[in-house]
Design a protein around this ligand. Structure first.
Ligand SMILES: C[S@@+](CC[C@H](N)C(=O)[O-])C[C@H]1O[C@@H](n2cnc3c(N)ncnc32)[C@H](O)[C@@H]1O
Length: 276
């Protein structure tokens, strides 16, 4: 079959996406793929491409097909063991790096719910600080370690399996905690896109009945772990979720600021014990 015929027959997915998948399968750029429009493909190439297009048509996310996602201008390996890092999460990395740069060395930094390691690894790479990356999922930590190796940050990252901060010794030792934890409530779960609900790990998404169950546990532990002049930066999913997590944090005694993402959606909470 010719590339042109494959694209024309793949009606179930947008043309640009079909082209990207064909380009990936043939290890070519999209431009090269278009310039070979009339090229007759070998049977095994055609079958491989059709398999990938069929997977995409059934909802498998593009990044799980290519096993790659760009985050904070870096390439990360991803598969079904981890959430695909979202562009809006880059805001957390920006805020955290700003805070780290204003503090004196050495710092004790933790990325809670590291998943693919995107947040912790990006911070370790840009600041050269040591980052503890924790997750409740062993599978996710395997992916994160693989990414740490690719990014040559194994020397200043550590990967630990634990439930939020449960494994750390109490004693207010942590300078910076960054967390993107699951925050989908039971009601929201039902209306999620198939691409997300059926393919991404539910442990990365489901935040209990009200969507704040994991944040509640994290918040409970903050007084034992976050230094007096420390900061917690966490992702929230819009106004309602922001309000719920803010209330949790304020009830613990934190002063909280909110930052919106580029789309104007409440996306990050910054908490500190310091009254400003
Ligand atoms: C929304 S994903 C975020 C992944 C990654 N940090 C990112 O931003 O792309 C949430 C992550 O938290 C992890 N997680 C869920 N419950 C947890 C818990 N109780 N303690 C630690 N990690 C948890 C999940 O396994 C998942 O990797």
């Amino acid at each position: 079959m010719r590339i042109k015929d494959i694209v024309q027959h793949s009606n179930a997915i947008p043309r640009q996406e079909a082209l990207s998948i064909i380009a990936f399968a043939l290890s070519m750029t999209k431009e090269e793929t278009i310039s070979c429009w009339e090229r007759e493909l070998a049977r095994d190439q055609t079958l491989y491409i059709q398999k990938l297009l069929n997977e995409r048509a059934h909802g498998k996310p593009f990044s799980y097909i290519t096993k790659n996602k760009e985050f904070f201008s870096e390439q990360f390996f991803v598969d079904e063991r981890v959430l695909i890092p979202r562009p809006e999460t880059e805001l957390l990395v920006e805020i955290t790096i700003d805070i780290i740069n204003k503090k004196a060395d050495p710092l004790y930094i933790v990325d809670v719910g590291t998943g693919s390691g995107a947040i912790g690894i990006a911070i370790a790479k840009k600041t050269s600080h040591r980052v503890f990356c924790v997750d409740v999922s062993w599978d996710a930590l395997c992916v994160a370690k693989k990414n740490a190796m690719t990014h040559s940050v194994t020397g200043h990252t550590q990967f630990v399996c634990m439930d939020v901060l449960e494994g750390f010794k109490k004693g207010k030792c942590l300078d910076v905690i960054v967390a993107n934890l699951p925050y989908i409530s039971s009601d929201e779960w039902a209306s999620l896109m198939v691409d997300v609900k059926d393919f991404e790990p539910s442990v990365a998404l489901q935040g209990g009945v009200d969507g704040i169950e994991v944040y509640r546990r994290l918040c409970y532990l903050l007084p034992y772990h976050l230094k007096e002049n420390g900061y917690i930066i966490c992702e929230v999913g819009g106004k309602t979720h922001e309000k719920k997590v803010r209330e949790l944090f304020e009830a613990t005694g934190l002063t909280v600021q909110t930052r919106k993402d580029l789309a104007g959606i409440e996306r990050a909470l910054i908490g500190t014990w310091i009254n400003s």
